[in-house]
Structures are given as structure tokens and as C-alpha cells.
Design a protein around this ligand. Sequence first.
Ligand code: HEM
Length: 534
Amino acid sequence: MSMNLQSTNYSVLSPWLPDFAVLVSGLLVTVSLLLIASSTRKGKLSKRSLPGPQGWPVLGCIPLMGKLPYKSLTEMAKKYGPLMLIRLGSADFVVASSANVAEAFLKQNDKVWSSRHENAAGNILFYGCQDISQAPYGDRWRYARKIFVLELFTAKRLSNFREIRKQEIMRGVNDAIERCCTGTKAVRMDVIVGKISTNNVTRMMMNDSEGTLSDEASAIKASDQFQQAIKEFAALLGSFYLGDFIPWLDRIDPQGLKKRMHAVQKKFDTFLQKIIDDHKLTLEAARSRGQVIPDDVVFSLLTRPRDADGQYLTETEMKAILLDMIVAGTDTNTVTIEWALSELLKNPCILEKAQAEMDSVVGRERLVNESDLPNLPYLNAFVMETFRLHPAGAFIRRKSIEDCEIQGYKIPAKTPLMVNIYAIHRDPEVYDRASEFLPERFLNRKMDLEGQDFSLLIFGSGRRMCPGKGLGIVFVPYCLALFIQTCNFSLLPGLKPEDLDMEEKFGITISRRNPLQVVLVPRLQINLLQQYRE
Ligand code: HEM
């Protein structure tokens, strides 16, 4: 039976359609109320009015954000100061854009600002924020974080996996060189480095070198689709979902983002459940044969006994934590290394200096080791400058758990905060020639990675500081050290260093808008490199 959709819809809706006059007056009243609300909101929020742009009714400052919100907010801070109030849809955010203001939030009032602002992505992608990164401040977050730091990402495990990091990076180097067909073709560095970072983190989590995983799980982990799923996951996590800011749009999902979030979450859930089931089978077999259980994160999670007070992690919480590791642990490293390589290609004299240092400290007869890193001051300064000018993420996102006074402004509980790391790292009051890439600035500057230098907030600060920092500070410099030592790099034929674009794309991380394409040729004896081929 055919049905006239138009007339059906009309007849269903018509009882609810107000007549035109009522509609117009209703709209006028709504807009006036919103205008009144937006003009009085500052009084509501603070003792003295926090400065900030006025914004539009309903949308607030959403239209002012542009494609790169951290840059728009940096510009606004020049006008309104380093402590601003900005309304996005129906939510008031405070924005910190200087080291001093960041310190007031993250050090002097660390506990108050130690929750996270919930959003659709956190809820859908991380099983209702049951992970660490999205979890609200409270007992479950504290418990999961303690396990992460004291049992999963320990210094001992990082050290045990040293050789695996070297293997994975060298596999990537060899793969890149081979794909370049002895210097005739370019490779996409986001693809090469993305695979190295993922393999590095996933092997710590689920070490399949000892036959722990089924063929099916190993094949998924090694596939290009898995890489793409991580990209999709990270893109959705960083997406600007309108329903988070204008609650009544949540039911409509006008951008179709929630649908995509559910789809990618399902893929990861199936994969993680398979990993856990495979591990359980291996565990059973190993126990029945009295064998030693291999070292990896999933085994650690599955074999940990209940705590004395009866607390334990549920299987869903375990999956949420594993997701944290996959996403937070791969994308951050990948974008940082891709930006570092971009700067090397843009500034060939920096590459020359880094290679000269490598040759004089390590030589060309052996591969650089992680233990050489402390003896490579120029390389370390180059990495720090990359972290400064290209922070992995633009913002530290927090939420207050109680009322708080910052610089004389009273800010109520449950206010979301954005610390604009991008603005702080480019503050001309702190850094000379702040927008230029100058590794030398870190040769004579103390390199603080503990979150106590608020002009350099690479891994955040305080209670919610990055618990994966130990891996980041080894993996990023070591991966770069091996590339710098073993390869010569050039851009696509005809492209000069000064023509290389450095355009950015905003997401949960700041990535290159256009992928970096590089031609790599070996600069060491090929047999030194090839001992690490697949
Ligand atoms: C270059 C590498 C990395 C950078 C630049 C980085 C940066 C950050 C930053 C800025 C935060 C927010 C901290 C805050 O709120 O104060 C964070 C949180 C976090 N990072 Fe990292 N990260 C990196 C690598 C990793 C790795 C390798 C892992 C794990 C495998 C990881 C896991 C996490 C988790 C779980 C959180 C949330 C912590 C919490 O909310 O308690 N990160 N990271």
C-alpha cells in the first residue's frame, strides 16, 4: 500500500503547529529571555564580571570558534586577558591562557579542578566514562588511575619493553625505506609513524610475540582497518558535537556524530572482548601446564587479585582503560613525531646539527640506544621545542567540583575549564620569537616535564597529569633519534623546504592538515638496518 508521506506528516504535526502570530511572539520572548540570560550570566558566575566576548543568543560564541578554536581563543585572550569567560551554547567555560592563570587553577586549586566535563563522546566511546581520561573525579577514577600507574605502566614494564620499542621503530624505518623504492617514491609519515606507535603500545598491552592472541585478533591488530578505526575514534573524541552545547539538539544528532560514535565503539568493543577472551584461554592453559605467564598489561589486569577492601575492576572498566591506552597512547606520539619531522624538513640546518651530534656521540657503526638519549642534548632540545610549538593537544580540559575563587573571581562548582596550552606555549612574554622553531632555546633552559613549569604544560599537571608520560618521554625522542641516525630525508621532488605547509587540523590532538610526504634513503650500512626487517 502506498502512502502519501507529506500529507501523513502534516496531519500528524498539525495539531502542534502554533499559528504564525503565536510563533513569532514565542520566538521574540525566547530570544529576549536568552539575551537577558546572557547579559546577566556574568553576574551569576562571578563576584566581579569575568571578561569575555558577548556571543550570540542560543549559540553563544560557537560561531566565533572557527576551524582552529585554540587560535581563535588565543586571539580573544589578547583582547580580554588570560582569564576569560566564554559561552558555548548553554554552557559557560572559563579559559586560562597564561602560565600564571594556569598555575592558579592547576596547582593552587588542583583538587577543585580535577574533574572532567562530560560529553557525548566520552559517554559513548568509553562505556559511560568508565575509563581514566574521561572519568569524573571520584573513587572509581582514583582506583583505576592507581592501578594504571602502579601496576600497568610501571618503570619496570617500560624498561622490559625497551627492545620491543627498538624492533617496532626499526621495522617502521625499514618499511618506509622499502616503500620509497631506493629514493624514487615518497611515503606518508602519519601512516608509517601511526603504525609504529600503535604496535608499540599494543604490544605492551597484548604481547602476541608469545602466541597469546588468536590469529583472528592478531590479524585485526595488524590491519590497516584497525589504524583507520583508531583515527576515526580520535576524530570523534575531538569532534565538536553540537548536542554537548545545545542540549535539545542532542535528541536530533544533526551532524550524525553519535551514530558514528556508536559504530566505532562497537568495533573496538568486539576487538577488546576478543583480546580478553584470548588471554583468558592462554591463562588457563598456562596455569594447567604450570607455565610462566607472559608479561603484558591484559594479563596484569586479569590476574590481579581483589584488593583487601574487596574492590576490583570490572571487565568493562578493563576495556575502557585499554581503550585509553590505545587512543591516548598512539595519537599523541604520532602527531608529535610527525610535527618534529616536518620541522626537520622545513629547517634542514636543524637536521644537519642533529645528525652531526648523533655521529659524534654514537657514530655510524651501531644503532643508537635509548641509553644514549641523555648524551644527546641537541636532540633533546629539538624534541622539547617540538612539544612547545606543537603540543599534542591544544587544551587541558577540566571541571570544578566545588566553588572556587581565582584571581578575585568567584567561579561556581561544575564550571568547565579549558587551559589553552597552545596560547601558553606561544606566549611572547615568556618565549622570545615565540612562533619560531628554535631548539637552541632549550639548550640553556631547565627542561621540566613534571608539570611544575606552567609555561610548558606538555603532559598537564597535578592529579590528572598524564599517567603515560613515562612512555611519551622515551618513545618520542627515541623514534626520532633512530630516524635521524638511519635516514636522510627529502621532500617530494620540486618542493622546497620553505614551501612545506604547516597547516593544522583541530581534533583531540592537533595534527597536520595535509599529511607529510617524505622520501627516505638509508644513511647507515644497510645490514645494520635490515637485522630488524619483518
Ligand atoms: C607525547 C605523548 C603524550 C602527551 C603529550 C600526552 C599529554 C597528555 C595531557 C596534556 C593530558 C591531560 C593532563 C591533565 O589534565 O593535566 C593527558 C592525560 C592522559 N594521558 Fe597522556 N600524553 C601522552 C602519552 C600518553 C600515553 C603513552 C598514554 C598511555 C598509554 C597516555 C594516557 C593518558 C591518560 C589515561 C590520561 C588521562 C589522565 C587522567 O585523566 O587522570 N598518554 N595526556
